[in-house]
Ligand binder design. Structure first.
Ligand SMILES: Nc1ncnc2c1ncn2[C@@H]1O[C@H](COP(=O)(O)OP(=O)(O)O)[C@@H](O)[C@H]1O
Ligand code: SF4
Ligand SMILES: [Mg+2]
Length: 409
């Protein structure tokens, strides 16, 4: 109806103004200095292994995360990569307080949030939101999109009083490239990429400063992945968001990350700027992961050395002594078995001004360019992609995503 329509338009314009203001203030804080917004120190999560039915006895622990440290600056993206089971999701869950750490600190603007409770914790949680891996299972199928995106307002009514919620949710749909008219539809009426846009809209609902995205595109068709990554990129520029972007695929992380941390069996083994990690890796595990990145350019592919890792990832309940990577490392020596390599700039690079001089937990760190820089898969935005964006209907012709076969387990 006409009156309705003009009311909506006015409301939308107001929303746009509010968003512009928010974007300004966020971008300002991102530029205000490199003070970390988040400092993670020696984070540990051990899950007890028990035996017995009636009387449970602890017989060990799954060391899912075993001493992870990193900083995150306002407005930056830290990529975290590593094979399945290395502890990425557990780190993510601790950051958003879905899991309580066994030990360690997570400082948000200098305050250790693992020690907070009640109102203080609630206020901090608002600023650190999560986007989940699987948009098929993370959205409640019985709730409308409007209720899903607006759910955080039930816990934080101060962000959007009841009368304003519908408009806020429609604004959020618009921001993530979905038609605001779809507010009353159900998740099954959307494709995989659209569902992940809904998950992102929910993550944005409380105007957070940090988004922890746990493999946000792994469950999506390759053709749709680039669009969702590009959306996250745009939202970061618009709202000055900081991301912890988790993936097992190094090529996707490169496009979006300022810095990258590589995890293996509960620890970060190498961390640095994207140039340092991709063009000057010094840890054998990073080099092996990089050697598996798809290289689109056939000439570059010829020069690429494939490093095949043998054996399985050991159990985190019983990790190898010394360097945890030693059972699969082609450079392993006796020292690797006896001495835990610390995550620091290796001595050989300490005095030289070289991009290889970044933190790497290896006794025998050496620079090795695995792939010629120009040969690496660059921006995933450049891949040709089926449109999955706002103009696509959800009335059946575009139905649920046909991507079941590519779902991550
Ligand atoms: N609730 C839990 N109880 C016991 N073990 C768990 C639990 N959650 C995760 N793990 C184990 O911790 C390790 C790390 O898991 P996860 O953080 O999910 O890894 P990733 O996200 O890198 O695949 C795995 O060995 C996993 O089986
Ligand atoms: S410390 Fe030894 S086993 Fe570990 S990555 Fe370095 S060379 Fe390999
Ligand atoms: Mg995971």
């Amino acid at each position: 109806m006409h009156a309705d329509h003009s009311g909506r338009k006015e409301a939308r314009e107001e929303g746009e103004k509010a968003r512009a203001l928010l974007a300004k203030s966020r971008a300002g804080s991102a530029a205000a200095g490199d003070e970390p917004i988040l400092e993670v120190r020696d984070l540990v999560k051990h899950y007890p292994l028990t035996q017995g039915i009636l009387i449970k006895k602890q017989i060990g622990a799954v060391k899912a995360v075993d001493g992870v440290s990193f900083d995150l600056a306002a407005g930056e993206t830290l990529g975290i990569v590593g094979e399945s089971g290395c502890g990425k999701s557990t780190v993510a869950k601790m950051l958003v307080h879905l899991e309580q750490p066994t030990a360690g600190a997570i400082k948000y603007k200098g305050e250790d949030i693992t020690k907070l409770s009640g109102r203080a914790l609630k206020a901090v949680r608002r600023n650190i939101q999560m986007v989940f891996q699987d948009p098929y299972t993370s959205l409640n199928p019985r709730m409308t999109v409007g209720d899903i995106i607006g759910e955080p307002y039930e816990i934080h009514p101060e962000v959007a009083p009841k009368g304003e919620r519908r408009r806020k949710v429609q604004d959020l749909l618009d921001v993530v490239g979905l038609n605001p008219e779809y507010i009353n539809r159900y998740p099954h009426q959307f494709s995989g990429g659209q569902r992940q846009r809904i998950g992102i809209a929910r993550g944005l609902a409380l105007n957070p400063e940090i988004i922890v995205a746990d493999e946000p595109v792994s469950a999506l068709d390759v053709s749709v992945q680039a669009q969702v990554v590009n959306l996250l990129d745009r939202l970061q520029a618009e709202f000055g968001l900081a991301y912890v972007f988790i993936a097992h695929d190094l090529s996707i992380v490169r496009h979006i990350s300022d810095r990258v941390g590589v995890m293996y069996l509960g620890r970060i083994v190498e961390i640095g700027s994207d140039e340092q990690i991709y063009d000057h890796p010094t840890h054998p595990y990073t080099q092996a992961l990089l050697s598996a990145v798809p290289v689109p350019d056939p000439a570059a592919r010829e020069h690429r050395e494939r490093i095949i890792l043998h054996g399985d990832v050991p159990s985190p309940a019983n990790p190898p002594s010394g360097c945890r990577f030693r059972t699969r490392c082609w450079k392993a020596q006796e020292r690797c078995e006896l001495e835990v390599p610390l995550l620091a700039v290796p001595a050989v690079f300490r005095l030289a001004d070289t991009p290889a001089g970044h933190d790497s937990a290896c006794h025998f760190a050496e620079e090795k360019q695995v792939v010629p820089p120009e040969g690496l898969l660059e921006a995933p935005g450049e891949t040709t992609a089926e449109e999955d964006g706002p103009s696509q209907g959800v009335d059946g012709e575009n139905g649920p995503a046909p991507s079941g076969s590519t779902r991550a387990r």
